[in-house]
Design a protein. Structure first.
Length: 169
């Protein structure tokens, strides 16, 4: 008998339109104003041609009790990626609710996203993260991403630089 892990609590599925409001709420919780996406920006990424939007949800609360709420309330994280040109892709955002962090969900979303990007013919993927986002930097390094360059004032509303990171997939 397999012992369930926190990783098993989550299902990863394709985005559907009814998820949008919850995804936007999660993005607003994950990032400060000026860094979090506007509804228009988030819609633009999701609707891009060749975009991949994966949603993670659980049928239990993070304390282990069954949820009887609407599907949107079970969404705990998501990732959006899209093909830039040729065989190159970009991760636009990876958002995980604070209470769902450190359970392997971000790694799972990234791995499933990378698999889909590979299946679409991509061999390299880029992403950006704030230079002071230590948790994200640890995650991306663990997943094999390397810093390519510094993007000065990438988050201009906060005068904050970003690292552009890349990985061959």
């Amino acid at each position: 008998m397999k012992v369930p892990t926190p990783f098993d609590r989550f299902i990863v599925r394709q985005y559907c339109a009814r998820d949008f409001d919850r995804l936007w709420q999660i993005d607003q919780l994950c990032f400060p104003e000026g860094i979090a996406y506007t509804q228009m920006d988030l819609t633009g990424f999701i609707m891009k041609r060749n975009a991949i939007t994966l949603v993670a949800e659980t049928h239990e609360t993070l304390e282990g009790k069954r949820q009887d709420t609407a599907s949107g309330d079970r969404i705990t994280g998501f990732v959006i990626a899209y093909r830039l040109r040729g065989q190159v892709a970009r991760i636009a955002t990876l958002d995980i609710l604070p209470e769902a962090r450190r359970l392997g969900l971000a790694s799972r979303l990234m791995q499933e996203c990378e698999q889909r990007l590979r299946a679409a013919g991509c061999v390299e993927v880029y992403l950006e993260t704030a230079v002071n986002n230590e948790a994200a930097l640890r995650l991306y390094r663990k997943l094999g991403y390397e810093i390519v360059r510094v993007l000065p004032e990438y988050y201009s509303s906060h005068s904050l630089d970003a690292f552009q990171m890349a990985k061959r997939i």
